[in-house]
Every structure is written in C-alpha cells, then in structure tokens.
Design a protein. Structure first.
Length: 115
C-alpha cells in the first residue's frame, strides 16, 4: 500500500465529505472559475461558498489566484491521488472477497442442479 501522510488523507476525505464541496470539485473539472461563478448554482451565501473553498484549499484540492478583485479557482487533480491510491488498495481486497463469494454461489448453484 502506498504510504501517504495520514493528515493528508484526513484532509482530503474531510474536504470530500461535504456534498457542496464535492459539487464544487465537479464544477471545477470543467475548468477554472471565479468564486462568483462557482457560487451561482448554490442556494448559499458567497461567504459560505468561500468557506467551502478554503477547506478545499487546505486539502490542496483547489488553488486560488487573485487577479484584482476576482478570485479564480482551479482544481488540483494531482491532490486526489492519495485518496485514489488508498481506495484502490482496498478495492483489491473487496474484489477478492466478491470473487470468492461468486465462486461459492456458483458451486452451490451447480450442486443444486445435479439430480
């Protein structure tokens, strides 16, 4: 298993735990956006969106660049790598378990088909 700092993973999973922050990540997949553009689809205040962005920035999932009065945010997809690697490690574990269950169920079906 890839060994990442646990606080990095904790920060990433904390940031991704909120549906608004996941929606912001989804919006930024399309490309950089200003904070105003990010806030448009949400029924929350601009300061609330800014707080969500700060959580994403602390997790290094989003970077912000200030140009005059506009704040431009960009997704930092490389920062998702620790979470992806961690989940991938455990997906192998679950795949082995599901394969064993499938084999067991197939064996039971075969045994039940015999006269």
């Amino acid at each position: 298993m890839v060994n990442y700092q646990m606080h990095d993973l904790d920060g990433i999973f904390h940031a991704l735990a909120d549906p608004t922050r996941r929606a912001i990540i989804g919006a930024l997949i399309q490309g950089p956006k200003t904070v105003g553009e990010i806030s448009q689809p949400f029924d929350i205040s601009l300061p609330a969106v800014s707080k969500h962005l700060k959580v994403l920035e602390r997790a290094r999932l989003v970077t912000r660049q200030v140009r005059g009065r506009e704040h431009h945010c960009r997704l930092n997809p490389q920062s998702l790598a620790p979470a992806h690697d961690w989940l991938s490690f455990y997906s192998g574990f679950w795949q082995e378990r599901l394969d064993a269950l499938d084999a067991l169920l197939s064996e039971e079906d075969h045994d039940n088909d015999e006269p």
